[in-house]
Design a protein around this ligand. Structure first.
Ligand code: F6R
Length: 606
């Protein structure tokens, strides 16, 4: 949420900042701004709307001219999107960009008003800028240390002091921030895609470490003002990974990257045909001893957890509770040191998921994170980390991250089931072999794109629709429905098919679309009965089922047939068509697929 960048070097700073921000727009896109040292003063340009509005504004009015500055793309928390509320904030002496939420901003603001300060915006960020100004005498580091000792909440801050035009300052807590290390130029960024074009090397800042970023070097200090020595990280993917590469949207590109993402995620976790997490440093013998497993995440990541719940319980016979992070953290959960918590997160920065991880650690539960972003907060704080290898996911709607998350869930389930004696070695090998074939099967399902586009054309004018399924198909329907609503803006709900007649079926009206997912043989007859119930009430049904399943052609108005694999694995087969239906519906409606309204990637606030 909110993207921060910073630059110092020989290039045109405004150009670099805008270019870097364009790679972070997925973090927030309701306004954008930059501040650049221009002939000894801090020159600020900012405005409401997408980054392109800022670019157009600077084309008309002229851009700041210099080689050192900071930039921001905003996802509004305090105050509506407007020119005034856009970052950077500050005054002639100090300018800042901020990602996060300052919880005690009201007290600070009242205090500063008492000291004679006035405020122009509704943001919490402006209070930090003015507090920096208030404490600033001549030493920026002392000032930053003082300010971070007073502010509460989450922050990643890029800071400029007028008296120090040869450097930018940065500090973070809870919100992510990296310092990119180039040759005779250095960078700040919320995420690697912003800087990958310029450098793959970066420092990860720990909480409350203060970075002083100059053209020829980076110094990092702790809150006692002592220098901190840090290892440089190197991103293992290249510029192409953060570009659209000929696809119309990142979402489509990411859907098509799923076969390779799954391959990259599972192949080095299979040895001699058996799951193997030893390279992740995980002691599986220990893992199977936990009383129960909690799987927690938000949105799509939680839906991946639902698939995990089904397969771990079914195969390994270990009780699993799956929950939404924002609920779990406040329910006073019954988690103890005898339990294992698995958190799932693409970004590794989701505030609620991180809070759940910390809560579990407080009670000494074992914690495992399934995370995509290397070095993210969740990855750093969990006892065990299983990295997914999806590469950067830029589109706000998550696709390939989901696919790799469930692939890890399967491998874990297979190994736990085998170690528990719930399945034989032969069965474990068979399932693992089948999982290994999934990249090819997913590729096959991508050939259904025209079918999905046709279905989308039938859905695009609907006001509301339902997704129904049972068991694993219900978990999948949840994800299909979320994908559709977030990018097409069509209201949709996912219901357990058997639950419809307990209330929801009253919503069915003539012509209402219902997408029924029925990939589980044992449950197909039941789901078909539910389909008949909705059809009898006028619904237009799209049935998604496996190839081998015998269903009468008249059961549904449209049938999408998927390659048949072991039915435990069918979510990996059905996910891509569901994503494609959502994608094409959004495209046909003319929506901004990669940056849907009101959303942002990486939800670093509660
Ligand atoms: C939906 C989507 C979100 C995220 C959720 C968790 O397409 O992307 O629902 O899945 O915000 O994000 P991470 O996985 O970064 O914790």
């Amino acid at each position: 949420m909110c993207g921060i960048v910073g630059y110092i070097g020989d290039r045109d700073c405004a150009d670099v900042l805008v270019d870097a921000l364009s790679k972070l727009e997925y973090r927030g896109y309701d306004s954008a701004g930059i501040a650049v040292f221009d002939k000894g003063t801090i020159k600020v340009e900012k405005c409401k709307g997408r980054l392109i509005n800022l670019v157009n504004k600077m084309e008309l009015e002229g851009k700041p001219n210099g080689h050192c500055g900071i930039g921001h793309t905003r996802w509004a928390t305090h105050g509506e999107p407007s020119d005034i509320n856009s970052h950077p904030h500050g005054n002639k002496r100090v300018s800042i960009v901020h990602n996060g939420i300052i919880e005690n901003y009201k007290q600070i603001k009242d205090f500063l008003i008492g000291e004679g300060y006035s405020f122009v915006s509704e943001t919490d960020t402006e209070t930090v800028a003015k507090l920096l100004d208030y404490y600033y005498v001549d030493d920026p580091i002392d000032t930053i240390i003082k300010v971070i000792s007073e502010i509460k909440g989450s922050y990643a801050l890029g800071i400029m002091f007028r008296d120090y035009p040869d450097r930018i300052f940065a500090v973070r807590k809870e919100s992510p921030l990296i310092v990119g290390v180039g040759e005779n130029e250095n960078f700040l960024a919320s995420d690697v895609p912003a800087i990958i074009k310029y450098t793959r090397d970066y420092y990860l800042l720990e909480a409350d470490e203060i970075a002083v970023v100059k053209k020829d070097g980076v110094s990092i200090y702790n809150t006692h003002k002592e220098p901190v020595k840090k290892e440089i990280n190197t991103a293992d993917w290249d510029v192409d990974a953060a570009e659209k590469g000929g696809y119309e949207h990142f979402m489509l590109k990411e859907i098509y990257e799923q076969p390779s993402a799954v391959r990259d995620t599972i192949s080095h976790r299979i040895t001699d045909g058996m799951p193997d997490f030893s390279n992740d440093g995980i002691d599986m013998e220990q893992l199977k001893k936990y009383r129960q497993i909690f799987i927690v995440g938000c949105g799509t990541a939680m839906h991946a957890g639902m698939v995990g719940q089904y397969v771990i319980e079914k195969l390994a016979r270990i009780p699993v509770i799956v929950d939404i992070a924002s609920e779990f953290r406040y329910r006073d959960p019954l988690i103890t040191d005898k339990d294992l918590l698995i958190v799932i997160s693409q970004s590794g920065e989701t505030a609620d998921t991180l809070a759940v991880l910390r809560l579990a650690k407080e009670v000494n539960a074992a914690t495992m994170a399934i995370v995509n972003v290397v070095g993210s907060s969740i990855a750093r704080e969990a006892d065990m980390v299983v990295y997914t290898h999806a590469g950067p996911e830029i589109s706000v709607a998550s696709t390939k991250a989901y696919m790799v998350q469930i692939s890890v869930m399967y491998l874990l389930a297979f190994e736990l089931a085998y170690l528990n004696g719930a399945i034989s070695e032969e069965m474990c090998r068979k399932l693992t072999e089948e999982l290994k074939s999934m990249p090819d099967i997913i590729k096959e399902t991508l050939e259904l794109k025209d079918t999905c586009s046709y279905v989308a054309s039938k859905l695009m004018n609907a006001e509301s629709l339902l997704y129904i399924g049972r068991g694993l198909d219900y978990a999948l329907s949840m994800e299909g429905s979320l994908k559709l609503k977030e990018i097409s803006y069509i209201h949709s709900e996912s219901y357990a098919a058997g639950e419809l007649k307990h209330g929801t079926i009253s919503l069915i009206t003539d012509g209402m679309p219902v997408i029924a997912v029925a990939t589980q043989k044992k449950l197909i007859e039941k789901t078909i009965s539910n389909i008949k119930e909705v059809k009898a009430r006028g619904a237009r049904v799209v049935l998604i089922c496996a190839d081998g399943v015998e269903v009468g052609e008249d059961v549904a108005d449209y049938i999408i047939r998927l390659p048949q694999v072991d039915e435990q694995l069918m979510p990996m087969v059905a996910a891509a068509p569901l994503q494609l239906i959502a994608y094409y519906t959004s495209v046909l409606k003319g929506n901004d697929v990669d940056k849907p309204r009101n959303l942002a990637k990486s939800v670093t606030v509660e």
